[in-house]
Design a binder for this molecule. Structure first.
Ligand SMILES: [Fe+2]
Length: 364
């Protein structure tokens, strides 16, 4: 059961909702661990798990995430016995999940404290002996923030999801016309969102660029399947017909008020940075940033997928091609953001893989 259903099944009383939070304490000093646990229990919390070393703590945390019963707060001692330290755990978790982490430590090391608060985004940092009244107050605040931001997101997401589902059905209708573009809209949406986040998009703007990714080629609904699926080279009239798809999309989608923010992104996703694209022959920053992002996401997925007119390229070759066309077809800043995102994603995957191997090795 995930957090949302847990809350929905409970009474709406705010205090009850907060007190239903799951808390995890990883502390090797049993006296400290016991005092912290008892204080939480006195405050009305009951779902509290504890561990005394980094290895078992990480196993419990990863299991709670994979079982969709994540903790709402993690209390972590930096100095733990075992091969995995508290520092290892928060480094891993802060880059993968959104659970508030409060660090407790016997070392009043200002540099580590600053590192934890500033770069690793931990919720708070306490030096032992703990001032329990302040500690509990801050812990409850962190839990409340975590629970209610999740609740608000969940309710907003319900209506957004319905809208998104309808748009995805529309995109599927298009993909049925051209079997080679199966999953293309989802891939472009995923890449566009990653690039946009790197370029500073957040919140609703980020959701909208993802929707634009799903719909970017919707105008192909107005192009005949014979042209879309043609294996040989296109005649001039066929090429001109294909080039109309961004305008067809913007005409069809314009009445949908919710899409007004991204209509121009969709309309201009085939512009080139050097001004030799279509439909407006816009150049440089005259092209909306969203359109420059869609262009890179679209091209990368086209290069790395099989199409009626070409076989897929390897990821490495496609990255080389993006670099080669940076400044001509693509915005160099957007290419850099995309390559950086890919590197970071790969690093994250490698780190998680290593960590899981480490935990598995320890548990043998
Ligand atoms: Fe397109």
């Amino acid at each position: 059961m995930d957090y949302t259903s847990r809350v929905d099944n409970k009474t709406n009383d705010i205090d009850d909702i907060v007190k239903a939070a799951r808390i995890f304490i990883d502390e090797d000093d049993l006296d400290v661990s016991s005092v912290v646990k008892k204080t939480f229990e006195r405050e009305g919390f009951s779902d509290i798990l504890t561990a005394t070393n980094g290895d078992s703590a990480l196993k419990i945390i990863l299991e709670s995430i994979s079982e969709r019963k994540p903790f709402d707060l993690i209390i972590l001692d930096l100095m733990l016995p075992g091969s995995i330290t508290g520092q290892d755990i928060y480094r891993q978790l802060s880059s993968t999940v959104d659970i508030p982490i409060i660090i407790i430590t016997a070392l009043p090391d200002k540099e580590t404290q600053l590192d934890a608060l500033q770069y690793l985004d931990v919720e708070d940092y306490f030096v032992k002996p703990l001032e329990m009244d302040i500690f509990i107050l801050k812990a409850e605040r962190a839990i409340t923030r975590r629970i209610f931001s999740s609740k608000i997101n969940a309710s907003n997401k319900k209506s957004q999801k319905l809208f998104l589902n309808i748009l995805q059905v529309m995109a599927k209708v298009l993909e049925a016309k051209d079997p080679y573009t199966r999953f293309h809209s989802e891939n472009v949406a995923k890449y566009a969102r990653q690039i946009a986040r790197k370029c500073g998009y957040s919140g609703e703007r980020l959701e909208m660029i993802q929707i634009a990714g799903i719909l970017h080629d919707f105008g192909k609904i107005g192009i005949t399947e014979m042209v879309l699926n043609k294996t040989g080279s296109l005649t001039d009239p066929e090429y001109l017909a294909i080039q109309k798809h961004p305008l067809i999309a913007s005409t069809i989608l314009e009445p949908i008020e919710e899409l007004s923010e991204v209509i121009f992104d969709i309309k201009h996703h085939h512009e080139r940075f050097d001004g030799r694209g279509y439909p407006g022959k816009l150049a440089g920053e005259d092209i909306p940033l969203g359109a420059r992002i869609l262009c890179a996401a679209d091209s990368f997925d086209a290069m790395t997928s099989n199409r009626s007119y070409h076989k897929s390229m390897s990821i490495e070759d496609a990255r080389e091609e993006m670099i080669r066309c940076s400044g001509t077809q693509f915005d160099p800043e957007v290419v850099k953001a995309f390559l950086d995102v890919q590197d970071e994603e790969q690093e994250k995957k490698d780190r998680l893989k290593l960590l899981k191997e480490k935990v598995n090795e320890k548990n043998k």
